[in-house]
Write a protein that binds this ligand. Sequence first.
Ligand code: F6P
Length: 547
Amino acid sequence: MPLTATPAWQALQQHRDATRELNLNTLFAQQPDRFERFSLSLNGLLFDFSKQLVTEETLRRLVALARQQRLPERIEDLFGGKKLNITEDRPALHTLLRDRSIYSVNEDGEAVSSQVQRVMDQMRPFVDKVRSGQFKGFTGETIRDFVHIGVGGSDLGPGLACHALDPGEPGPINMHFVSAMDGVQIVDILKQLKPETTAFIVTSKTFTTSDTMANADKARAWLVAACPDEAKACKQLIGVSVNKAAMTAYGVPASQQFEFWHWVGGRYSLWSSVGLSVALYLGMHTFEGLLHGAFIADQHFRTAPLEQNIPVIMALLHVWYLNFCKCGTRVVLPYTSCLKYLPDYLQQLEMESCGKSVTNEGETVSVETSAVIWGEFGPNGQHAFYQSLHQGNQIVPADFIMVCKAPRGDNHDQHLLATANCIAQSQALMTGKSEEEVRAQLQREGVDPNKIEKLLPHRMYPGNRPSSTIVLDELTPKTLGMLLALYEHKVFTQSMIWDINPFDQWGVELGKQLSKRMYEELCSGETSSYYDASTKGLMGYFRQHQE
Ligand code: F6P
């Protein structure tokens, strides 16, 4: 039976039809304790969803949908290590990386938890060696600059965490990130660094991704140009991958190969040795703090009743807006610049996981799955796209994210300024400004009455625009770990409702295959007859104009 024909879905559709006129201002007037009723907290994190266009009845019906889709059983399947990633015939065990004590799944004869422990035990002394200045380059000088080379899940998580948790004071090493395929970033970074004191952390689940390997090749050649003894130069390479054979073939010393496993999806890999750069830059305790925070979120997801389960409610609201209210996009608005990379991270997490059109059984999904996730550091967004959020004719549900304690140093005043903007923007989206209010304001300003009538439609705000606000008491490794894992579980919940596989990403393969052939032809100057006229036209235009 298609999802849309199921009883819980139908009940929601009827509810949607009956509640089209729901108004947030009225809801708050009717229910003064709505903030308390529609917010949940967890260990230093508050999730306020009181400004969402839902009632208790909406939530009851959404939770009934989750039950109908057997969400509690699917959560146990996830934590129990069931092979949920059916198209790749593997489980998704990223939660195991956060708690190695709760269970162990046997895989290839070795308990998975002991594999994880082994890599943590390899990371710890290496991190100590680097941070204590004992990791030396080919001239015997201490390595101070590390360049993390990776892309997608092998870049976004470590980049986000290193930036978010950076204490803002010089530490024992510097960390640089390179992901761009076109070479501009790596060339610019190499210009600033010295081969004697620089090491590269090549992070790639497959160790074949062309973006990463092209940057790694450039970095490796730069080292070898300065130290022609290739084996010696390669001692400044660190590898993080599932593919040990490829790391060895590339010349990464065995002691600097940090393994992870095919049961960790790329976009769920921050918790594995992919987090090595975080540990090197900020210390092992920071990495372990992230794991601990994610573990708290895991426990909550696994044990809290659906009605009080933060990621479940986040996901159900997402389903409500995307499928029933037809809001095709959602915006993520952090109000600390420490979290400025969060929208990018969540974009991959949500869109690579949920951008699917068929169910686990290969049937066409009868509803929209992949909302467009986008966003920006909120205050910058205010000067770019908030006009559209407030007065545009598409409703974009928003996730505001704010932190109570100023994340870094001596900036209390500006932290208050940013926080005031965060709270005021969600208020403005909700309350709007009516015709009467605008008229009264313009009259007070002495504007000519004829002009007032003309200006009114341009100056009023419709309001009633929904948002959630996630408040972290502090931005710490623990709360960041919690935040990211809550979003992971949100994505999992959505996928279970839609019965899609959130752990594969076949949609990225075709472009990769075609670009390989295209690259060969752009290098060789050939154009095979295989291409369509538009593609041929672009190749021809590029060749003519590239000089
Ligand atoms: O192309 C998409 C993707 O496969 C992502 O899923 C992944 O995070 C990224 O590329 C990088 O892949 P890898 O870690 O294998 O280099």
